[in-house]
Design a protein around this ligand. Structure first.
Ligand code: WTA
Length: 626
């Protein structure tokens, strides 16, 4: 984009937001084009968020059917499995047919408009077809990342009330087999509601099938019709639920609706990646996360850009995997996470420079702050100093990208997401909620105005939705992020200021980890904070107090790790468990996390005032044992 094109967009939004937002909606095919754009208020007594409310459309038709006339036989996605060179391409016609078959099977299982379907799948083409099939018949998909435990899976199934689960026999990543079907079986034992489990064959492992409940996809696929009409959906009908961790309690089911989400993804994909006819887009994110929804699947498909579905890891079979794959497939845009960049940077330049990477024209990052050192390596080595980098800041709740430099229009700064996209209104506030104006300032990041891709509610708990995002700073959406606005007015996200830890770009709630730890019979109390980690960005540091008379040991650490794996999943296992005789508390019994954070960060000279503690001695002990 040129600077004047960007200026024109900002100007168009400022002068007539209604016309601006309706204009963006023209990127989609609507059964009925909306006359309304945004209708929203963050005020407590009149809270509502609606976009394009009188519009009618279907997202699956927008991703598939509208391409059939012009590019039915072109590649829609490339399946790139764990073992290089064993993948294949899927055309629009094939993906359309597979989606329709899935949709017809779901219908046979009694799934209709508004029903929830849980997906627990590897990154296989059937996963894309299953998501699109839900969208096609108006069912609400909720994808659960394959790294979550059966207990987490069951919690999500119960929370959204899904009666159908789609899974695979096993996953295969980094050479390791992941027992997806066995995990679903275990989840079904914990959850009462599942009536049907559809099992796709990935590895061919011999998995037990439950008579009357489990269906093998391959047993039905052939007989199912490759045609299924797309259900006309109201713009505000829910499209998907994605569970994400917050500061309190169990994960929240973030709800996105059809019209606004689709407009925002189509718009941001266009502005940020400026798709061209010869593009091959590779977003490495798993569909279990929002990045996988928005930019592995929906964004590219909406634009008719072939997308890579990567079912492997960047270090398998060796640390050249990404670069080898880019050359072999001819990838033009790579969109990945800082944690992957840091891990590969550690391996030196040779594994990168052994491959040409000539097909690349743009690099992107997402998911966590990128440290300037990693940014420079990405730019200088991966990009040969010739490729722009889009450092895109956004969240599960925002649906799509909100802040990023735009190649050609914004000058890049290593580590800064720089500036909001047109229509996005960031502001910084202090602890009391007063807006911090001017430049060269820091504060908590809020958004003053709604945008089409904004989360609409927390599934089943609208009050929690309003409390979580709109009451800390009344009248504003609070992101949970801290942020600096530099002297030029550019934004630098500094990380979460709430009790969310960003481990390798994955959100983990401290409260969830704490409750997993205290589930162990010997644990009296646990407090979990973030500690800086070279590769993961942040690691989990757990302070654990045992019941009287018990002592910590390596064996107990292993048991506690197993507890976290069982209740949440391996991704939430603490980097460090520190046994503590006591936790620093105020006289009213509140744990002083601020002090624990400083201890975990090793900033021992910045513990601050400890005189208000009920027992200041515990801090000395924690520092000694660190
Ligand atoms: C962090 C992922 C700095 C941030 C799309 C946010 C970032 C959280 C960036 C959301 C970035 C994401 N720079 N921080 N470019 N992108 N974050 O919901 O703390 O998994 O609040 O969505 O990741 O994580 P989520």
């Amino acid at each position: 984009m040129t600077p004047s094109e960007l200026a024109a967009l900002h100007e168009a939004h400022a002068s007539d937001p209604h016309a601006f937002w309706l204009e963006q909606a023209r990127r989609l095919d609507w059964d009925r084009f909306p006359t309304l754009s945004g209708d929203w208020s963050y005020a407590a007594d009149d809270f509502h968020i609606r976009w394009y409310e009188d519009g009618i459309l279907n997202l699956s038709a927008n991703c598939l059917d509208r391409h059939l006339a012009t590019r039915a036989d072109q590649t829609a996605l490339i399946f790139e499995p764990d073992t290089p060179g064993t993948g294949h391409a899927v055309t629009y016609a094939e993906l359309h047919a597979e989606t329709c078959r899935f949709a017809n099977l779901l219908k046979e299982c009694g799934v209709g408009k508004g029903d929830r379907v849980v997906l627990y799948l590897p990154m296989i083409p059937e996963a894309a077809a299953a998501m699109l099939a839900c969208a096609r018949i108006g069912a609400v998909h909720s994808v659960v990342f394959g790294g979550f435990s059966p207990e987490s899976l069951a919690g999500r199934i119960d929370d959204c009330g899904a009666r159908v689960v789609i899974t695979a026999d096993e996953g295969l990543r980094g050479g390791k087999h992941i027992p997806l079907k066995a995990n679903v079986d275990a989840a079904c034992d914990l959850s009462q509601g599942v009536e049907t489990v559809i099992v796709v064959t990935r590895t061919g492992a011999d998995v037990p099938m439950h008579e009357g409940r489990d269906l093998r996809w391959e047993d039905h696929r052939e007989r199912l019709s490759p045609d299924c009409p797309a259900e006309p959906m109201a713009a505000e009908d829910p499209l998907f639920i994605l569970y994400t961790s917050g500061s309190t309690g169990k994960p929240k089911g973030v709800v996105h609706t059809t019209g606004g989400y689709a407009v925002w993804i189509a718009t941001t994909f266009d502005w940020v990646f400026e798709p061209r006819g010869d593009d091959l887009f590779w977003c490495t994110a798993d569909i279990g996360w929002v990045t996988g929804h928005s930019y592995t699947l929906y964004g590219p498909l909406l634009h008719g850009v072939p997308t890579v579905m990567f079912d492997g890891v960047p270090t398998h079979p060796d640390v050249s995997r990404l670069w080898e794959t880019i050359d072999r497939l001819g990838v033009t845009i790579l969109y990945t996470a800082p944690t992957a960049i840091r891990a590969l940077m550690r391996e030196g330049d040779a594994p990168v420079t052994a491959f040409s990477r000539q097909s690349l024209r743009l690099l992107g990052t997402v998911g966590e702050p990128i440290n300037p050192e990693a940014w420079r390596w990405y730019h200088d080595v991966v990009g040969d100093g010739r490729l722009p980098i889009v450092d895109t800041w956004w969240q599960t709740e925002t649906g799509g990208i909100l802040m990023t430099p735009l190649p050609g229009a914004t000058s890049m700064k290593p580590g800064s997401a720089t500036a909001p996209l047109p229509g996005i209104a960031p502001l910084l506030v202090d602890a009391e909620g007063r807006e911090i104006t001017g430049n060269d300032v820091s504060g908590n990041l809020c958004l003053a105005a709604s945008w089409p891709g904004q989360v609409r509610t927390v599934w089943g708990d609208h009050r929690r939705f309003i409390e979580t995002y709109f009451t800390t700073y009344p009248g504003r959406y609070f992101t949970g992020d801290g942020c600096r606005r530099d002297a030029d007015g550019d934004y630098w996200i500094t990380g979460r200021v709430d009790d969310v830890i960003n481990v390798s770009g994955h959100r983990v709630g401290t409260a969830e980890v704490e409750s997993a730890l205290v589930a162990h019979a010997l644990v009296a109390e646990a407090a979990v904070v973030a500690a800086p980690h070279d590769l993961k960005g942040q690691g989990i540091h757990a302070f654990v107090t045992l019941i009287a008379g018990e002592e910590g040991s390596p064996g107990l650490v292993a048991e506690l790790n197993a507890e976290v794996r069982k209740h949440i999943g391996a991704l939430a296992i603490p980097e460090r468990i520190q046994f503590a005789p006591g936790l620093p508390k105020t006289r009213s019994g509140k744990i002083m996390r601020r002090i624990l954070r400083k201890i975990a960060e090793g900033q021992l000279d910045q513990l601050g005032d400890t005189s208000t503690l009920a027992d200041p001695g515990v801090v000395d002990q924690l520092v000694r044992d660190r």
